[in-house]
Design a protein around this ligand. Structure first.
Ligand code: SAH
Length: 373
């Protein structure tokens, strides 16, 4: 039975055509599902009764199941969502003045195995479906709307839709699940669904070069690239994917991306690891490396997780490193660590993954058993 969360508007229109239904019906249903957060066909009051009955018989609207809802002291909220089959993923909502950012997962686990990332240590199970990716946004709006209603008893001005920005920076490598991620992005951008602008949706990649080129063709949203090292020798060790797509190719792909990108820069994320990649000379090497790529840097102080063999750079070293980049004219921000008291910070998302690879280190910080009690 098709899950309507799996469809972008084209897909839904196509399936409706098979049912003998007109395209405007697909738009109507799309709005009910995504703008109203509706999962009950009977409640779609402006949709013809016969179609409602047909849909109730032949389709479903099914999102992942919330297992756990954790609120950090700084307002960051982390959800654990069950995908069935012993897999669960995490999504994080980060409220800031004037915007609310949802950090969305794209895979159950991750196959890339970056040295500093907790998700990678759990291994990889599978790609998320379109409905599982979109479902995180669908659920977040629902859960946030419900909470707002409860807290102040007022009518929710945003109609419960408090997510204004999406970053594909949760568990997994989005460009390794390309087709489903792009279909999900289309739903996020669609005016009949979430209507987010391309600059408010960011795909973050560890550097899948062909994926960057395809994204440029098919759905150029804002691009972030997890750089983490100024040279191939170090990057090979921190981000093993670099052996396949070395820095020269990655920089060229970033440059190509920019002629379609909704912003005139690429964001480079750079996790600050004490004594590993945080020396001023390495910052100077970054300036040279990125000379031909208009960019901003986002420095992320390393967030530790159980058994991580690395340490966070001191604020003083981060400041010096940022200073070198700034002096070279590169806009550089240091990411404020959010939600680390509940392991919701970058690189700490673990969920629960039934690993299919043969990785030995079990880095999961949550277990399904633990969260059901
Ligand atoms: N696979 C994609 C999406 C994950 S985004 C990518 O690599 O971009 C998650 C971001 O957090 C990435 O920039 C990642 O490198 C960073 N990160 C991972 N582990 C971290 C940790 N322990 N501390 C701080 N940042 C981390």
């Amino acid at each position: 039975m098709p899950n309507l969360l799996d469809f972008d508007l084209d897909g839904l229109t196509g399936w409706f055509a098979e049912l003998g239904e007109k395209p405007f019906r697909a738009r109507q249903v799309m709005r009910w599902i995504h703008r109203e957060g509706c999962d009950d066909f009977a409640a779609m009051t402006d949709v013809a009764k016969t179609l409602r009955a047909k849909l109730a018989e032949q389709a479903e609207i099914r999102a992942p199941v919330p297992l756990k809802d954790t609120l950090s002291a700084d307002g960051t909220r982390k959800w654990l969502f069950d995908l069935g089959g012993a897999n669960a993923i995490e999504s994080v909502f980060i409220p800031e003045a004037g915007r609310g950012t949802l950090c969305v997962s794209s895979q159950a686990g991750c196959a890339l195995d970056c040295a500093f990332c907790s998700t990678g240590k759990q291994g990889f199970n599978r790609n998320l479906s379109v409905g599982e990716i979109v479902g995180q946004l669908w659920l977040a709006n629902k859960l946030l709307g419900a909470a707002a209603g409860k807290a102040d008893g007022e009518e929710d001005k945003d109609n419960g839709r408090v997510v204004s920005n999406v970053v594909m920076m949760g568990m997994g490598e989005p460009l390794a699940n390309f087709d489903n991620v792009v279909a999900a992005l289309r739903v996020m951008l669609d005016d009949h669904a979430y209507g987010l602008s391309r600059r408010r949706v960011t795909v973050s990649t560890a550097g899948v070069v062909p994926g960057i080129d395809r994204l440029r063709e098919e759905c150029p949203v804002a691009l972030a690239v997890s750089l983490h090292a100024p040279d191939d020798e170090l990057r090979d060790r921190l981000v093993p994917l670099n052996r396949k797509y070395p820095l020269r190719d990655l920089m060229a792909a970033c440059r190509r991306y920019l002629d379609r990108a909704p912003r005139d820069f690429v964001t480079f994320e750079y996790v600050m690891l004490d004594g590993v990649n945080d020396a001023p000379a390495q910052a100077r090497a970054l300036v040279a490396l990125t000379r031909e790529v208009p960019c901003k840097f986002n420095l992320i102080p390393f967030n530790p997780f159980p058994r991580a063999p690395l340490r966070r750079s001191s604020p003083e070293r981060v400041r010096r490193f940022a200073g070198v980049l700034l002096e070279a004219g590169i806009v550089t921000t240091t990411r404020k660590t959010r939600g680390d008291d509940v392991a919701a910070a970058c690189g700490q998302l673990a969920g629960q993954v039934k690993d299919k690879t043969r990785r030995t280190c079990a880095g999961a910080t949550e277990t399904l058993e633990g969260t059901r009690s």
